[in-house]
Design a protein around this ligand. Sequence first.
Ligand code: GBH
Length: 489
Amino acid sequence: PAVAQDDFLYGTFPDGFIWGAATAAYQIEGGWNEDGKGENIWDFMTHAFDGGIADYSTGDIAADSYHKYLDDVAALKETGVNFYRFSLSWSRILPTGRIDQINQAGIDYYNNLINALLDNGINPLVTLYHWDLPQHLQETGGWLNEEVVDIFGDYANLAFSTFGDRVKSWITFNEPWVQSELGYGYGGNAPRVVGSGQTDYIAAHNQIKSHARAWHIYDDNYRATQNGEIGITLDSGWIEPKTQSTADIEAAERAMQFKLGWFAHPIFSVDGDYPPIMKEYVARHSAEEGYPASRLPEFGQTWVDYIKGTYDFFGLNHYTTELAEYGIREGNYTSYDKDQDLYKSQDPSWPASAAPWLKVVPWGFRKLVNWINNEFNGVRLIVTENGFADLGEINDVDRANYYTNYINELMKAINLDGCNIYGYTAWSIIDNFEWTAGYSQKFGLYGVDFNDPARPRTRKLSAQLFPGRPPLTLTHLASAILWDRVSST
Ligand code: GBH
């Protein structure tokens, strides 16, 4: 994309600003049934006759990080990041999901990884749940069964007691919106439950309660001795009104509340509970559709109070921007989209990536973090994912360009707007299994050759953007690469 050079802010990030790179267990580990690991819902889905994966691939081997984690640590070290965000495979540690059967080999694996990171001066930022529910728990309803709240609490407790002497930063859930809407609403992701407007709301409800349970367990039993922090990671694009009509401006704000507010309002707002506009719209649509009560579950005041304030930081995953316009969906059916009275789209002029949903819209990043900063009182925020999809080029100038422009907007949000942002995480350190897109889209700072049994890693151009090497700021380096490219084409 053409960017005016003077649009670059030659500033510096605040002292203590931390840089990292991320992965998730199912996307990189492989070893799907090794050393006592139990099956999870992505194993189950990808092994099904029609697994719903674009290239019919699986995460059975993936980047083979179960065996090659030291290569990942070496890549992180070479990149110069301060921390590594990775997730624990619940069923590698607890094959049935429950605490009565512990797989020591799984614990050993994560101990080895954590120790190798610390030996190399890289702090672990550990996600407890990145979409890979033990299949055994799915068989009794998974996130639709409220029993999962206690079961998740037991798992979190084990993780804190086992790893918390060395892990000082925890994320309970990665993107509960995706697990709820794509896993239990529209059903494209595991466990492929279809029931938008009903089961999505229930799955979300139980994840929010589970998050709060884990946060309280940490707060009550570990914080004083381990001195760590614990939050949640929510995903959101920025949603811009399609026109400046009042109806579209209101639609865009409503879309933000239905997407991000759905999970953020109960946890981060002063009043707690779901966003008032979401309660109003789901209740009205439910009545119009003949339901005896709102399809949006109620927490009740005890749970509202228990959930409210369960954070030490706000984790944000951001990739792209959408437009919203007012619009009513007719018809005798129920859905999450229908509940919102709006349509979303993207501007065809926005530069594309290899992922159809991911358009390059750097200014949306700045607007989004400002929206969060205003909505939740200057909450302390860390960007826990941001990145770009291509087809795996090693000379990945489009990714370098994406990072340059997005990080520049983040710097503006901090230095010009005063947003309270303390860290940034690139998705991803290595190419990996991109869920329903299989291996057809690549996000890595390092390439992985998935045709080679040794799964060699190769450093890409974009990895040079993350040196964390003062006084050369990332923006200087990235814009130098960008302008070098512009002048050489
Ligand atoms: C993140 O999700 C995930 O946390 C990470 O695991 C993943 O690898 C990364 O992004 C890159 O995708 O195909 O039209 O149904 C980001 C949020 C939500 C973006 C689902 C893609 C699919 C849109 N994702 N969405 S579509």
